[in-house]
Every structure is written in C-alpha cells, then in structure tokens.
Design a protein around this ligand. Structure first.
Ligand code: ZN
Length: 175
C-alpha cells in the first residue's frame, strides 16, 4: 500500500508540476495551494486515527461503515470539496476556489493510488457510494507480491524530484 509519504509527495509533485508548466495564473495558485493539496493527499487516511480513537471511546461499537477505506475513500468525499471549488470559481473567488480544487485533486489522487497500487479497504474502493457499496480494486502491488516496493518508491520519487528541482533552478540561473 502507498505510505503516507508517497501520498503527500506524489500530490505535491503533481500539483507543483501543474503550477510550473500548465497553470497560466500562478497568482491564484500559490505555494499555499500546493501545501493544501499535500495535506488533502493524505486526508482520506484520517479514517485510521479516527477509527483508533472511536475504538478507544466506544469499544466494539464502531459502525462498519467507518472502517478504514470507507467513506473517506470514495469519489463522493472528493466531490464534497469539488462542488465548493466550482461554486467559488463561478463567483470569481479564484484564489479560494484553487484551495478547494487542490483539496479535491489530492483526495481523488489518493483514491486512485489506493485503487491501483493497493490501499484502503481490502474490498477495494466504493466508487459508487452511496448508491452502491460494491468495491473495486486493482491492487497491483499485492497481486505481484511487491508489498515492499513502496519504501523504495518513496526514495525514487524523492530523488527524481530533487533532481528536477536542481535542473530547474540551474536553468533559472541562466534566464
Ligand atoms: Zn488510503
């Protein structure tokens, strides 16, 4: 399963690359936006500490739908942030909208990574919740017996990123 670090790193890198190369309006898309995205990239896993806490407070009485990989790992949860983003953008509050866009992106990317690589509930992601509780998964790492890969993955992503930053800043020195 992707570790916390992988989730945060990949989200921050994706959003920062978008900011560097795609976004035409960086004033709406500040470094704060990147930070918000990084936090949101881990947000679905808030169900882990929440479960632990609820389990301590109400032993044996925590409902199944609050289990890890449940509601916070559904596109529905991402929509909770996407809808205000669209509403704010519509009202020309672009900077505020960007925070919500970044947050929903972080959540969707988290769900996607858990779906593809393996994470969340064993049953998979409930893509159609609340209409259906059917779970979907590819869980590539489990299937290939590569559960130890994420540790190495974090390191590789970080190295590639550092290298990118180095090159990019070197280039900047010349322009
Ligand atoms: Zn997760």
């Amino acid at each position: 399963m992707p570790y916390a670090v992988t989730h945060i790193l990949l989200t921050i890198i994706a959003v920062d690359l978008y900011r560097d190369y795609v976004a035409k309006h960086r004033k709406y898309f500040t470094l704060h936006t990147v930070l918000v995205a990084g936090i949101a990239g881990l947000l679905p896993d808030i169900d882990i500490p929440a479960n632990w806490l609820l389990g301590k407070l109400f032993p044996g009485a925590v409902p199944a739908f609050l289990a890890h990989g449940g509601i916070t790992h559904t596109p529905f949860f991402g929509l909770v942030f996407l809808i205000p983003a669209l509403a704010l953008w519509e009202r020309k509050k672009h900077k505020d909208a960007a925070y919500f866009f970044a947050a929903s992106f972080g959540i969707f990317l988290h769900i996607f990574l858990d779906y593809v690589l393996g994470g969340g509930a064993h049953e998979g992601i409930m893509f159609f919740w609340p209409l259906s509780t059917a779970g979907f998964k590819i869980h590539l790492l489990n299937g290939l017996g590569l559960n130890d890969v994420p540790q190495g993955l974090d390191a590789l992503i970080l190295l590639a990123w550092l290298w990118h930053e180095e090159i990019k800043h070197k280039i900047k020195d010349f322009i």
